[in-house]
Write a protein of this length. Structure first.
Ligand code: DAK
Length: 257
């Protein structure tokens, strides 16, 4: 199968799914989210024993949801987009093998949330993380309000979400957002090694371990995710959402109410 916005390879049990819109820093459109969903289904059909999620190009893992797509969304359209996004996150979380976010470059907004939905996060030392939605007059809408505090604690999650701070890979490791930081030049080899190691384990035990860990209770709850979806969609059509996104597209600072 081929898609315009992702590539998928499966080799020796390792599926590598690469978001492939480097000119837009791999920002996520509806097409991209649908392609990720289809790519994961294909990886499962090929019995992948580990999945690597990556971004094409030198600059970004994923620089967020596509702002030019979101700028004019109405609340019902935002709701439909949110449903799709949450379905993709569910697909990652319920994938029957571990999924690694290989973060090389920017992981901002929805890009950071995409990484949060994965089982493990590994970062190149030039990676940059952030839940920067507040700068656009919105909030994380793809599980960030639920998964981030579970990983980094409530105080740090509030700082990241309220301030839209961008943090480097070492700071991300320090707060528990990533498990491992690797020098840029050694990054691809280390990602391969980690994926191969996971793929060499018992797939049955791995699936059981993932299922049990997912049920441990410190992950996102359905109720929490529903509150987030509602709050996120409700911001579409507000002055600040329109202004925040228009300002990004016009490369100027926003003027919020
Ligand atoms: N959307 C659309 N285009 C983007 C983009 C984005 N998120 N990020 C970058 N681009 C585009 C830029 O507009 C530019 O396009 P041209 O001007 O060349 O046409 C091109 O990529 C290169 O970017 P820059 O010229 O800005 O490159 P710089 O190196 O100067 O800066 C940057 C890189 C990553 C610091 C900067 O591009 C930036 O700040 N980008 C925006 C990052 C951001 O705010 N991300 C959060 C977006 S809000 C959900 C799904 C997702 C979400 C929520 C819900 N569901 C489905 C429920 C999340 C929302 C978000 O992610």
């Amino acid at each position: 199968m081929t898609w315009d916005t992702i590539t998928l390879t499966v080799e020796d049990g390792v599926a590598t799914l690469t978001v492939d819109r480097p000119d837009q820093l791999n920002a996520l459109t509806v097409d991209t989210l649908e392609a990720i969903e289809a790519g994961l289904a294909e990886a499962a059909a090929e019995d992948a024993r580990a999945v690597v999620l990556a971004g094409a190009g030198e600059k970004a893992f994923v620089a967020g949801a596509d702002i030019s797509y979101m700028v004019d969304l109405s609340t019902p359209e935002a709701q439909a987009y949110a449903e799709l996004g949450h379905r993709v996150a569910d697909t990652i979380e319920s994938f029957p093998a571990p999924v690694i976010a290989a973060v090389d470059g920017y992981a901002l907004g929805g890009g950071c949330e995409l990484a949060l939905a994965c089982d493990l996060r590994i970062a190149a030392d030039s990676a940059v993380f952030g839940q920067t939605e507040i700068d656009l007059g919105i909030i994380p809408g793809w599980g960030g309000t639920q998964r981030l505090p579970a990983l980094v604690g409530d105080e740090t999650a509030r700082r990241l979400i309220f301030l839209g701070e961008r943090i480097d890979a070492d700071a991300a490791a320090e707060c528990g957002l990533v498990g491992e930081v690797v020098a840029d030049e050694a990054f691809d080899a280390r990602v391969d090694e980690l994926a191969d190691t996971l793929a060499a384990q018992s797939a049955t035990a791995m699936r059981a371990a993932k299922e049990a860990l997912n049920a441990a209770g410190d992950g996102p709850t359905a109720a929490g995710l529903a509150v987030e979806r509602r709050a996120w969609s409700g911001l579409f059509g507000t002055h600040d959402q329109r202004e925040g996104m228009q300002a990004f597209l016009e490369k100027r600072d926003p003027s919020f109410e």
